[in-house]
Design a protein around this ligand. Sequence first.
Ligand code: OSB
Ligand code: MG
Length: 369
Amino acid sequence: MKIEHITLHHISMPLVHPFRTSFGVEEERECIIVEVRGAGLTGWGECVAMDGPWYSAETTTTAWHILTQFLCPMLIGKEITSPADANKYIKRVRGNPMARAGIENAIWDLCAKSEGLPLAQMLGGVRERVPVGVSIGIQPTIDALAKRVAGFVEQGYGRIKCKIEPDWTYEPLARIRADFPDALLMADANSAFTLADADLLRQLDALDLLMIEQPLGYDDIADHARLQRELTTPICLDESIHAIADAQAMIDLQAGRIINMKQGRVGGLSIAKQIHDMAQSAEIQMWCGGMLETGIGRAINIHLATLPNFTLPGDISATERYYHEDITEHFVLNKADSTMSVPTAPGIGVTVQRDRLASVRLRQETFVP
Ligand code: OSB
Ligand code: MG
């Protein structure tokens, strides 16, 4: 099929609740929605770069630049039969994984729709429902955190992740562990610590956490290997895994036992699938991370999380945890088993509401051959 039309939609949606991590506070979620048309069908993707370079180097502005100046011009008018075909045209672009993933997502959706298959099936997924959890930001007080966690447990979330930083490490997690002795509980540091904090992090070993996510530098692998040797709690890498070579280094150096897979962070679904297969062979567990996505990105994450090595609950929550209104239909939690159902219609399986998309749009740009 020929890529006949591409439109980029730069949008911003207010979050229901400010989200505070060790790298900053998000009150609005800016992102770029990618629309690609061919053979009478429309594919959708989401570029998860954030407004500032705090989680990774990319921002919505750098991604807009890479998409408008390079990726869209390289793909418009091209004949493709698969995402692998499309990737041949854009492989000259180095780095910028989130920009690349945004357009690659849309091509996966388009190809799945042209085959009449749900994205999960195109990817090789094996589940109809995926286990999910909730990620909770740093709160003003421990009581406020305890209240927030209790609310999410009440809603049915079976896995709770709390953000940590050097002043917010042992005490908040110890309180949640005391309140919920059997909860699947974990911590995410977003690179807030150094090896000098090993003693502080070792205190967490007493709390029976599922894992500690990304304690050290966003680009580090070697120090994580040193730290893992000092902790009994498994280390999970998020920010450090940008590419296949990073996953290989993590495996070779034993720099952790778990990967948080975010397809945007590694450059799209094709690379995510390759890292998935590598991790599976190396017996590294995996789960699907989140970037406060709209319904488009959330649908993509849910389809990805159906692959066999996604054995732990993902950072995939109900729409109402993020947004009052979305640009697709809302996702709800299956309270009985803390799962989310995988959409069954072809492609991403959700419908984009164009009036909603237009109402949150800051700018748009269209490419035709
Ligand atoms: O580190 O996993 C992270 C959100 C934005 C950027 C980084 C992270 C997160 C989350 C939220 O933890 C996950 C979600 O529910 O989307
Ligand atoms: Mg993380």
